[in-house]
Write a protein that binds this ligand. Sequence first.
Ligand code: AMP
Length: 115
Amino acid sequence: MELVSDCLFCRIIEGNIPADIVFRNDNVVAFRDITPQAPTHILLIPTVHVENAAALANLSPTLISELMIAAGDIASQQGLEGYRTVFNTGSSAGQSVFHAHLHLLGGRPFAWPPG
Ligand code: AMP
């Protein structure tokens, strides 16, 4: 699947928009969220353009697993004891960028139920 020129996260993958990248391999890029909701707030994205997590899981169960594995590795590197991982799907759930991304949040306590 091609990268999309008007997709913010595809442009970050290509290096056309700057980002504070903390991890990168052929399949996954992770960078700090520009509006952090916790002391550590990192976004993990696949290097293919797919709209949301369900589409990603259908495209490649392996790739969506790679995001979760990378999130765990980054959480360890960042010294996070506990952390929250979130996929927002659809605007009613808070999705604002329609390139699948996994939020990794940590460094503070989190309430449940979520807001
Ligand atoms: P969501 O609302 O789940 O679609 O998450 C999109 C996230 O992307 C939000 O948390 C934004 O703060 C974040 N974001 C938007 N633009 C950028 C950017 N240029 N660099 C890093 N994070 C961004």
